[in-house]
Ligand binder design. Sequence first.
Ligand code: ZN
Length: 198
Amino acid sequence: MRLFCFLFVLCVGFNFATADPTNPSKIKVVIDAGHGGLDAGAQSNSILEKQIVSDVSSHLKELCNDKNIEIVLLRTEDKFMSLQDRIAKIEALSPDLVISLHANYSSDRDRNGVEVFVAENEFTVKSSYFGTKILESFKRKDFKTSALQSANFHLLKNLKCPAVIVELGFLSNAEDMKYLNSEFGQKFLAMQIASSLN
Ligand SMILES: [Zn+2]
């Protein structure tokens, strides 16, 4: 995977396009829990990325229940879903934002922290706006974060709406695992994303 630095424009005062005409401030956010089924994603002993991101996405839905945000979970079961399926399902929902959740793994066990990616396409400015807000909410809680990164991942590149990929931490790092592999930590991770949607 080749990553490169990315200059983004912070669009101050940007508002969501209205998803629900009867409730102009209500926004629809699709949470895409990565992997599923035979595709476990990253793995550390018996701890699987697909399970972690699914748990975090459920917490996120709960946390946003009383906010003016409609959270739609793309994957609620432990089932394989191809990228094409994901894209088709997301398009049918026409969301205002897609947050694809993942967990990282590195042979460098010291590598840790939260990373956020956006694609370079017509939605870059909007995606970057949300990506930056997510990073800032983690930073406020003293999480290690890197600058917003650009990556033309298939999912990001092909969606016709603002979208970010959030790598919640490294399964290969002992500190990150405390968050990734505990209910407390998973709720905490979900809380930071939820607070960035305010
Ligand atoms: Zn992943």
